[in-house]
Design a protein around this ligand. Structure first.
Ligand SMILES: [Zn+2]
Length: 217
């Protein structure tokens, strides 16, 4: 099982790790800071001992991340048991942290405004986050209100906490004030870090509404 240092400290951009398995260009480590696509959050970008990682693959179920396998761009120059240096793109991670936390906050303001909607998709990249809902009418009217409430809440500076599930060790809970949801992503510690944001509504088919979110500072 890979030890997930990105859960203990989502701000780390470098770590040492021991290589636990190599299969061609596929590598596993005893611990890592390098997030693998999970829960809609994009993988980090980075290197292992200077070699580019072209894919980070999560092994686990829907919410939990048990193991991570890294696919390298070229054959590894190290062996099982060696200590390697893992480095990730800190700027990309910074945006992923902010946008993922933003997506959660905006979700709760959507819920506050319109009640519980069925979420049919969500995605967080370093450029933007999005959430897709089943809803019978355009969200145009409410999106500015949700944006205003979200910006206000972010600016107030609320703490974001993470808690390990008492029964499932690889399941994390995201907690902010009275909100709580399972999430294995990387998040900011305080909403203030997110800065100003913008929301945009998009129609993606009959009865389907998308909200796109971007950082503006
Ligand atoms: Zn999440």
């Amino acid at each position: 099982m890979t030890k997930k240092l990105f859960w203990q400290d989502p701000y780390l951009t470098e770590c040492q790790a021991k290589v636990t398995s190599i299969d061609g260009r596929n590598v596993k480590l005893d611990q890592t800071i390098f997030f693998a696509f999970s829960g809609g959050q994009q993988s980090d970008s980075g290197t292992i001992n200077g070699i580019n990682v072209i894919e980070a693959v999560k092994q686990g179920d829907k919410e939990a991340i048990i193991d991570i396998e890294y696919v390298l761009e070229q054959d590894p120059t190290f062996s099982v048991g060696d200590t390697v240096k893992v480095v990730i793109d800190g700027e990309k991670r910074d945006k992923l942290r902010k946008l993922h936390s933003l997506a959660h906050i905006a979700y709760y303001f959507v819920e506050e405004k319109l009640g519980k909607l069925k979420v049919i998709g969500s995605n967080v990249t370093a450029e933007k986050a999005r959430m897709d809902f089943l809803y019978h009418k355009p969200l145009n009217e409410v999106v500015p209100e949700i944006e205003e409430a979200t910006n206000k809440f972010i600016e107030e500076g609320h703490e974001i906490k993470r808690e390990f599930d008492s029964e499932k060790p690889d399941l994390l809970w995201w907690i902010c004030e009275t909100w709580k949801m399972p999430c294995g992503g990387t998040h900011v510690k305080n909403t203030k870090e997110i800065g100003k944001i913008k929301l945009k509504r998009k129609n993606i088919g009959a009865g389907k509404e998308r909200i796109e979110m971007v950082l503006t500072e």
